[in-house]
Design a protein around this ligand. Structure first.
Ligand SMILES: Cc1cc2nc3c(=O)[nH]c(=O)nc-3n(C[C@H](O)[C@H](O)[C@H](O)COP(=O)(O)OP(=O)(O)OC[C@H]3O[C@@H](n4cnc5c(N)ncnc54)[C@H](O)[C@@H]3O)c2cc1C
Length: 423
């Protein structure tokens, strides 16, 4: 039996904690943020096949945790559907919060005969130290304002894009900025017009605009344990913004003057920054998008970053990186939570003695290579000279292929559009 500390209590940390706890080990999850702070960044995401496999194995009665999109519609500026692409495997769309609640509930459930786990928020891990036969985790209890330490045999670094654990071990610079940001909003369906609802139902919709594009889809409102009966509409606007511009600096600085690395949370975006972007949107978008943006009460903003993994296992196997801390994908690939689920499922095999940690590390890194490389598919669909869609050669990478091409396109824009040209 091992004593394990997990740094970061978002989806990767929770999935890893459930898996390790189920194998009879003692697990402690340390999460920096307060629960309400976590919720303020949450929107929708795709739960890929790997997430489904995790849920099937570890969550016996998951309830209704997502809904399916059966096709992708491409919308013109006039609001007409110019392309409808049926999906042979429907895409399961969920909210971050629904998955989070589902996993947290399972983790905190006391199972007879199994060890229980702890999940603590307001715990900011500041250091990890290799003590030879064990690891020391140093963290700050943000409620008590005290430094504390924990001695464990294994540390899982699931602390996301700007991972402290990774920086400590690899002395790496932060993940690179991809040249564009996402504006995101969430609107209860009751606030949208009937026409918009009909157009969006059971679909994922894409709308290309100059310098970026939108993705719009439905999710269940609330979380699985609240048996949600209504839907919310999620819209995401991917748009170029040069890192060295004053606009970028201003956008990533919140209304209290705090500069953010990844996300300016809901309720913190400077009103004048969003007002200006909305004005741009009014001139460029289909009427449905204008409606959604205007009716959204609070938007939030993320700088898109990515990183390629080089190493996932450290200190003779006493530290393992997982999820976004290991490899950071751009959100369009819909791969972040899927890679985390896959890594956790594979790590279970290491604990069970079926594969070695070296084999696990190789697999985890290969997943990234496949997703980066698999854009060379066939059956591309071109819309107004832009490749917006592609069906992959292999079904299991369908979703990866689908979106990788879109962001390659955005990259191209980022380099050539006058407003964002790199110096
Ligand atoms: C609150 C929140 C909401 C999100 N909502 C969405 C969404 O709507 N759609 C989407 O596609 N993706 C979303 N994501 C990202 C998504 O969860 C990840 O891309 C993916 O699931 C992999 O998750 P992760 O756990 O590896 O990383 P993350 O989800 O980024 O989680 C890392 C966690 O580690 C914690 N942490 C970081 N540093 C420390 C430290 N030093 N000590 C202790 N804890 C630390 C962070 O607070 C965070 O909770 C969200 C992430 C968060 C944190």
């Amino acid at each position: 039996m091992k004593r394990v500390a997990i740094v970061g209590g978002s989806l990767t940390g929770l999935m890893a904690a459930i898996m390790i706890r189920d194998l009879g080990h003692e697990v402690h999850v340390l999460e920096r943020s307060a629960p309400e702070e976590l919720q303020s960044q949450a929107a929708g995401m795709q739960a890929g096949l790997e997430v489904e496999a995790f849920v099937k194995r570890y969550i016996k009665e998951p309830g209704n945790y997502g809904i399916f999109a059966n096709s992708v519609d491409v919308l013109s500026k006039e609001g007409e559907v110019v392309k409808c692409i049926p999906m042979s495997v429907p895409m399961r769309l969920v909210t971050w919060y629904a998955l989070y609640r589902l996993c947290l509930g399972i983790l905190l459930d006391a199972i007879p005969g199994k060890r229980s786990a702890t999940y603590e928020t307001h715990r900011h891990v500041t250091d990890i130290r290799d003590e030879g036969d064990s690891m020391t985790v140093v963290y700050r209890d943000l409620e008590a304002q005290r430094e504390k330490v924990m001695r464990v045999e294994l540390v899982i670094g699931a602390d996301g894009a700007n991972s402290m654990v990774k920086k400590k071990l690899l002395q790496e610079v932060s993940p690179r900025y991809a040249g564009y940001v996402t504006w995101r909003g969430r609107l209860p369906e009751k606030n949208a017009s009937q026409e918009t609802l009909i157009r969006l139902r059971e679909k994922c919709t894409i709308h290309r605009v100059e310098d970026g594009y939108f993705v719009i889809y439905y999710v269940l409102a609330g979380s699985a344990d609240e048996t949600p009966k209504t839907h919310d509409i999620i819209w995401i606007w991917y748009t170029n913004l040069a890192e060295d511009s004053s606009e970028f600096h201003e956008a990533m600085t919140d209304r209290d003057g705090r500069r953010h690395f990844s996300t300016v949370p809901r309720g913190k975006v400077q009103p004048k920054v969003w007002a200006q972007k909305l004005e741009e949107g009014r001139a460029a978008c289909a009427p449905m998008l204008i409606e959604l943006m205007e009716k959204t009460e609070e938007v939030f903003l993320s700088a898109v970053r990515d990183s390629t993994p080089t190493k996932g296992v450290f200190s003779d196997g006493k530290v393992i990186l997982l999820g976004d801390a290991l490899a950071l994908y751009r959100p369009q690939s819909g791969s972040s939570t899927s890679q985390a689920a896959l890594q956790v499922l594979a790590l279970a095999k290491v604990f069970e003695g079926k594969i070695t940690l070296e084999e696990w590390e190789k697999q985890a890194i290969q997943y990234n290579v496949l997703h980066e490389g698999c854009y060379i598919g066939d059956d591309c669909i071109v819309y107004k000279n832009h490749v917006v869609m592609c069906r992959g050669l292999r079904q299991c990478y369908y979703n990866g292929v689908l979106f990788v091409l879109i962001y390659k396109q955005l990259n191209w824009d980022a380099k050539t559009s006058p407003s964002t040209r790199q110096k």
